[in-house]
Design a protein around this ligand. Structure first.
Ligand SMILES: Nc1ncnc2c1ncn2[C@@H]1O[C@H](COP(=O)(O)OP(=O)(O)OP(=O)(O)O)[C@@H](O)[C@H]1O
Ligand SMILES: [Mg+2]
Length: 222
């Protein structure tokens, strides 16, 4: 089992009220699977993703990555494990504006000491994503779809075992959307698990399993 969420919940406190954004979610993903989660705005999708990427801690429940309990590791160790094993494509615009495209893609490589250089891999990823010619451009000169592809290349630089993408096609036209879905399918077929959150039902066809998030609860659709 690559990713194993066991009865995970997250409660937020906002002034005097509490919001139960994620309620008792259990989910298992194997290597090579492409899993989609659909759900309305505010249903808890990003919260769930942020629990998996470790940006948030669950209020209760446990999360395992490749048998290691992410939620039990000290912060520094969990961060290192995530950097090595999880590729994260955040919701919205996430490129760093004062770094060139290729430097954005290389960045996660340099967050921890590693052997070698990321240069050849970064170039290969940009070419594979159809933006090889933009390597030295600054992100602000790119279209929304091109910037999204930079974020995807950046998520793949450390050869993760799991890619987590939060609305990766949110602001893209249908040609770019289809290209990204095809790419995720290819990545999964290569053995990397992909978990994608979306509110566009038509992007889920290429996935192996589809779940619906509704008011913090996750149920399988197919
Ligand atoms: N830091 C926070 N503090 C308080 N409430 C929060 C916080 N983050 C999220 N929430 C609330 O949790 C609920 C789920 O939010 P979340 O961002 O997970 O939804 P989403 O499904 O990703 O929505 P969208 O499709 O708009 O991105 C919402 O009601 C939101 O207001
Ligand atoms: Mg969201």
């Amino acid at each position: 089992m690559l990713l194993d969420l066991q009865d995970v919940s997250r409660v937020f406190r906002r002034e005097k009220t509490t919001v139960e954004a994620v309620k008792h979610v259990s989910l298992q993903i194997e290597s090579g699977e492409f899993v989609s989660i659909i759900g309305r705005s505010g249903s808890g999708k990003s919260t769930l993703i942020n629990l998996i990427t470790g940006l948030l801690q669950p209020t209760s429940g446990r999360i395992f990555l490749d048998g290691e309990e992410l939620t039990a590791l000290p912060d520094a160790q969990a961060t290192k494990l995530r950097n090595a094993r999880i590729g994260y494509v955040p919701q919205g615009q996430s490129t760093i504006s004062n770094l060139s495209v290729i430097d954005n893609v290389r960045l996660p490589f340099f967050l921890f000491p590693r052997e070698g250089t990321p240069d050849a891999k970064a170039e290969e990823l940009l070419t594979r994503l159809g933006i090889g010619q933009l390597a030295d451009a600054m992100p602000r000169s790119l279209s929304g779809g091109e910037q999204r592809r930079v974020a995807i290349a950046r998520a793949l630089i450390n050869t993760p075992s799991l890619v987590v993408a939060d609305e990766p096609t949110g602001d893209l036209d249908s040609a770019n959307t289809q290209a990204i879905i095809r790419l995720f399918r290819e990545i999964a077929d290569g053995g990397t698990a992909v978990l994608m959150v979306t509110h566009e039902v038509d992007t889920t066809a290429a996935g192996d399993r589809v779940y619906r998030m509704e008011d913090g609860r996750l149920t399988q659709e197919r």
